[in-house]
Design a protein around this ligand. Structure first.
Ligand code: TYD
Ligand code: MG
Length: 458
């Protein structure tokens, strides 16, 4: 029997930083109390069967740019246009993609659909599930449609077995669902640990690159909103896609965070239906409540995400506080930004908001970082506080500065045109952004009022 030695190291749960001893704070990502002990990578690699796959050190010749051939990467088109576009025109052959998202959001569903269309096109697909039995997968796949024989399934959590099967069958497309259920060199290993997640990803990467296989790796996101050991997985793979969380509606936003073969500033919107996810080709107005909510504290804004204008409803509820410390909450935005906006309203408009609880909700399930929603948030808060309606035909866009000034925003033309297209008649923009509007807008839309706002000062 070969002697196995096990060496352990400490790993940061958040970013995967490895250290020989336990540390209170991670020197890499600065999170506290994140170190856990696990078998060291070196030790696992030396004990793993995958060691036999070692490609060895080859002699290599360095080339000048003139001698380097540019290869056009071959892409597998799925025919699900939103998905293909998100990836920059289809799945690059031999590329490794991480798909993250919270449990139940639709990762397996979407990848089953992708597996089906690729199978229909004659590509051999291997779908590896570590989460569900074969019969569970079959029940689910039946909802999606009839799969061709090109799509094969295995239910397995031992990655050594999975890799052997990949090497033997050489499919064109592989799905690993999910990385947290896989383990290598398993005698007593627990899947889902930092080392296992990293090691499994590295080996999937290695095997798939060696045989030019495209692979999708599913990663669950933890409560804190990160894939277990997110940074290290993001480093390894070529492309990272995340499902953003809005379980309240049927809409699912898939965002590209990193893409070695295309732009990373891209997103796709899907709707969960009885037979899988269907693409939403024009998402700009889908997040607006069709009832046209004309209650107080409700207004509309237009953000630009990945070059696309998207209209969102912003709602605020301002109520007398019964506690010493008022409550503040925001859905779909940043709580620190909300606190800042409230502070600006108190100081610049002399409104005693410290006596009020404030709740803000931005529809759509985006985690909005675009500060152009500031003006809409402030208007919604004022509307609820004063109990005055804002009118259902208004759009507010603008960033608010600390002295209450409304600062310029990008893409004003796109936002204005989209808002007009969807029937909005009064558009409030930063005063200085109004100057950069195309003349054609004024000529074409005479019944639309465009107003420049300079500040929100009393
Ligand atoms: P799933 O793809 O299993 O999520 P994940 O892999 O990200 O954990 O999605 C599961 C949800 O989707 C589940 O609640 C059932 C629902 N669903 C549909 O509504 N329609 C369908 O056609 C399928 C397959 C699932
Ligand atoms: Mg799943």
């Amino acid at each position: 029997m070969s002697k196995k030695t096990t060496k352990t190291s400490f790993f940061c749960k958040e970013c995967g930083y490895e250290s020989a001893k336990w540390l209170g704070q991670c020197p890499n990502c600065k999170s506290w109390n994140a170190f856990v002990e696990d078998e060291s990578l070196e030790s696992i690699a030396s004990n793993s069967v995958i060691g036999s796959l070692d490609i060895g050190a080859k002699d290599i010749e360095a080339l000048s740019l003139d001698d380097i051939e540019v290869l056009n990467e071959e892409r597998l088109k799925t025919g699900i246009d939103e998905f293909d576009n998100l990836l920059g025109g289809g799945i690059v052959r031999g590329s490794i993609t991480l798909m993250g998202g919270s449990p139940g959001i639709g990762k397996s569903t979407l990848l089953l659909q992708v597996a089906k269309v690729l199978g229909d096109k004659g590509i051999d697909v291997l779908y590896v599930s570590g989460e569900e039995s074969l019969s569970q997968i079959k029940l689910r796949a039946n909802r999606i449609g009839n799969f061709s024989k090109n799509v094969k399934f295995i239910s397995e959590t031992n990655l050594d077995v999975v890799l052997k099967s990949i090497i033997k069958t050489r499919p064109g497309f592989v799905v690993i669902d999910s990385i947290q259920t896989m383990a290598m060199n398993v005698d007593d290993k627990v899947p889902g640990s930092i080392t296992q997640v990293r090691l499994c990803t590295q080996n999937i990467f290695r095997v798939c690159k060696e045989y030019n296989i495209s692979a999708f790796i599913v990663g669950h996101i933890t409560k804190e909103g990160t894939v277990a050991g997110p940074k290290l997985l993001e480093h390894i793979v070529d492309t990272v896609l995340y499902f953003e969380d809005d379980r309240a509606s049927n809409l699912r936003i898939l965002r590209c965070d990193k893409n070695r073969f295309g732009t990373s500033d891209a997103l796709a919107v899907f709707e969960m239906t009885g037979s899988g996810l269907s693409e939403v080709v024009n998402p700009s107005k889908i997040f607006i409540d069709s009832r046209q909510n004309d209650a107080t504290g409700v207004t509309t804004t237009c953000i630009v995400e990945a070059g696309r204008p998207i209209l969102l409803e912003v709602q605020a509820l301002v109520t007398k506080s019964n506690f010493g410390i008022p409550r503040r909450n925001i859905n779909g935005g940043d709580i620190n930004r909300l606190n800042l906006l409230i502070a600006i309203l108190e100081k610049r408009m002399n409104i005693p908001l410290f006596q009020y609880d404030i709740y803000v909700n931005i529809t759509g399930g985006f985690k909005i970082k675009d500060t152009s929603v500031d003006l809409a948030i402030i208007m919604a808060i004022l509307s609820s506080y004063k109990d005055k309606k804002l009118g259902t035909d208004c759009i507010y866009c603008g960033e608010i500065g600390l002295s209450g000034e409304v600062r310029s925003i990008k893409n004003v033309n796109v936002r204005v045109k989209e808002s007009i297209k969807l029937g909005y008649k009064r558009i409030f923009l930063p005063k200085i952004s109004v100057d950069s509007l195309d003349d054609s807008i004024y000529k074409e839309y005479k019944d639309v009022e465009i107003k420049g706002v300079k500040d929100v000062v009393n």
